[in-house]
Design a binder for this molecule. Sequence first.
Ligand code: 5AD
Ligand code: SF4
Length: 463
Amino acid sequence: MKRYFIHTFGCQMNVNDSLRMSEVLGKLEYRPTPVAEEADLIILNTCSIREKAEDKMLSALGRYRTVKLARGTLLGVGGCVAQQEKDKLLKKVPYLDFVFGPDSIAKLPDIIGRVQGERERVVETAWVDSEEYVFPRADPETSRGKVTEFVTVMKGCDNVCSFCVVPHTRGREVSRAFPEVLAEVADLAKVGVREVTLIGQNVNSYQGGVSFAQLLLRTAEVPGIERVRFTTSHPHDLSDELIEAFRTQPKIMPHFHLPVQSGSNPVLKRMRRDYTVVQYLERLEKLRAARPGIAVTTDIIVGFPGETEEDFALTLELTEKVRYENQFSFIYSPRPKTGAALKEDEWGPVPHEVKIERLERLQKIQRRISGEHTASQVGLEVEVMVEGHSRYNPAKRFGRTPENRTVNFEGDAPAGAFVKVLVESATPNQLSGKQTVVLSQPVVVPPADLPGPDVSCVVADVA
Ligand code: 5AD
Ligand code: SF4
């Protein structure tokens, strides 16, 4: 029996792609191993959103070279770096056996066959950016024992944000037909999944036969599904219809990840984000009126070319005004062939020390605000869907509130149960407490062991 190991970098799209890879490899009689040193095949599923992600991949490759030398392991690179670098990657990394893009996962058996049989070094990075693209259908058995799952609804991105490499690595938007999405959700519900997150780089412009709001509403009606989430959205096509869905369907969870990127209009303009701060705030206000208490999170880029101290102060101001539940903030990293990278000298690069200093200031403010949000929950009873055991203490349970707040708690309910938890303490990142009431039991009896970490994918750097 041969063994494989997949090292995953990047976003949830990549994590899902890694799961599809493991399904394909399973049909070739490969089995997963959590130990890279024991693998006959190692795949790095890569991300190129920032330079740091690429650097991590290159250093991981160096480590896996030792495994290859010791036992003849095949080494492949997939994902966004593969799509961008193509055959250049084979030249750069002489011990690499194959390179394949996100659209070539189904071709893995053929690729591996060619590498083994013909001792060929293979590059497969063709894009299928049309409605002919066939989205790999998840095998529901992969999800048995899990209570929350991700379902791909679209791929690619038609926006032109000047900092972003995604249009170069994932191509144009292609939506998955809505009956296919709903069938996958129904399959997942049958094996015990109670919460689904619909994913795509830009879900708000979904065009799979119904609007995205309709897709969410129909997903919420699939028997067995209690919670629906989605990511990620662009503010400019956050429609009134979607906001209305939040008002009418309580199964759509009260959390919205709405990346703003900057609080300064001139910066947003150079980023080609297509909205002003006022327009962004107007959308949020409407959303909050439709679903009071909704938790809002965002992404921020600090040190974008030409960002002045005044621009940055506006980002701090926006952070205070919106009172985000949480922010993912990043230092601007120039990416090959993107508009901002080509104009960086003209707009004025921000020195690295200034970027670091601004990031620290922003994160300090956000930590305080996140802490205030979580502290406000102490003493309350919150509803939690049990997802498994706590990562830090296996004797405790882990789950999330509707607002997507992480909760670690004392209790005995199985994965898939809904419980009330009395919150006893909080940090900016999580709530702690104890189970008080079991609201509902899982529909599908979960395995005796609570779900543990997935051995086939090591998520090193989720964007
Ligand atoms: N540099 C820094 N951060 C970036 N992001 C995307 N491209 C870059 C870049 N070149 C951030 C954005 C995006 C998140 C996924 O990553 O904030 O929303
Ligand atoms: Fe690719 Fe972007 Fe996901 Fe990174 S975050 S893996 S670049 S789609």
